[in-house]
Design a binder for this molecule. Structure first.
Ligand code: A3P
Length: 297
């Protein structure tokens, strides 16, 4: 039974985290923390819009040693652990079990903190997350369509979205990293140097790829190439869940699009909140594509 249920829009607030009714079942989510974890399990953890599908693609390609010819990217190969009906499948699945999740640390398997399995946390600068999430709300039918950007801006700052507060999600996962086999990587690092990022990820996973295999993984993970893969845009998801006429998963794929959306006032408000919330956080974020020297892959 859910410990607390407070219906708000289409959310069920469960143990301090918004679940989406019809998409998540609180009782199934509750079962996750007691799942047994195998050493070979890999969990990609993200706040929404931080590069989840990108990492799904990279993991699957690393597993296939860069070979995309056998099967196209399919989210079923790296499924969501928290989706309704996916729990039983996880328990029974053969190794290696590769999963993605937006869940907070406290709802994930306790066994992770005994260094069982591996966690890859992908973080992205929150201004770009906010913008990407705003556009996503316009085509994800399970989420409330924002009245306008300002309205969504306020909701995001309040944490009144799926994923709750970006600040809490990022800080809480990061704070527990010493208990886990944990890799923290940013979206911006991946934009800057995809090849080095893929190398870091594969070495964390204990997978030795040849240079040629690495080249293939990188080639099939660039925005340009993923953009045209129907599965990377979740085009197989029916229109009643994602209205594909109103948007695309592979939207801009860059750093700094927030500059085309934030007003000067919104930017000041955001900066103040960011400084207050993240002052102890040891990682700095990149806010503008011009601030990095992009390595061409
Ligand atoms: P934008 O909306 O800013 O373009 P998620 O998978 O967590 O929902 O994140 C989606 C965001 O990741 C989108 O951001 C999408 O374009 C971006 N993305 C996905 N694959 C990418 C890639 N290969 N390179 C750069 N960005 C990518």
């Amino acid at each position: 039974m859910a410990s607390s249920s407070d219906f708000k829009y289409n959310f069920v607030s469960h143990k301090g985290f918004n679940l989406i009714s019809g998409t998540h079942d609180p009782a199934e989510v509750d079962a996750i923390c007691n799942y047994e974890v195998r050493d070979s399990d890999v969990f990609v953890v993200t706040y929404p819009k931080s590069g989840t599908i990108w990492m799904q693609q990279i993991l699957r390609l690393i597993e296939a040693k860069g070979d995309l010819t056998s099967e196209e990217l399919n989210s079923d190969q790296v499924p969501w652990i928290e989706l309704q009906g996916k729990g039983k499948e996880f328990v029974e699945a053969p190794s290696p079990r590769l999963r993605v999740t937006h869940l907070p640390y406290h709802l994930m398997p306790h066994a992770l903190s005994q260094k069982k399995g591996k966690v890859i946390y992908v973080a992205r600068n929150p201004k770009d997350v906010l913008v990407s999430y705003f556009h996503f709300h316009k085509f994800a039918t399970m989420l409330e369509t924002p009245k306008d950007f300002n309205h969504f801006f306020e909701k995001f700052i309040r944490g009144d979205v799926y994923g709750n507060s970006w600040f809490e999600h990022t800080k809480s996962w990061y704070a527990h990293q010493d208990n886990m086999q944990f890799l923290f990587i940013t979206y911006e690092e991946m934009i800057q140097d995809l090849r080095s990022s893929v190398k870091r990820i594969s070495s964390f996973l204990g997978k030795n790829l040849t240079d040629a295999q690495l080249t293939e993984v990188v080639k099939h993970s660039t925005f340009k190439n993923m953009r045209v893969i129907p599965q990377a845009n979740y085009e197989m998801v029916p229109d009643d869940l994602l209205n594909h006429h109103n948007g695309k998963f592979m939207r801009k794929g860059t750093i700094g699009d927030w500059k085309n959306h934030f007003t000067v006032n919104q930017n000041e408000i955001f900066d103040q909140i960011f400084q207050k919330e993240m002052k102890e956080f040891p990682v700095s974020f990149v806010w503008d594509i011009k601030d990095i020297e992009q390595i061409t892959v």
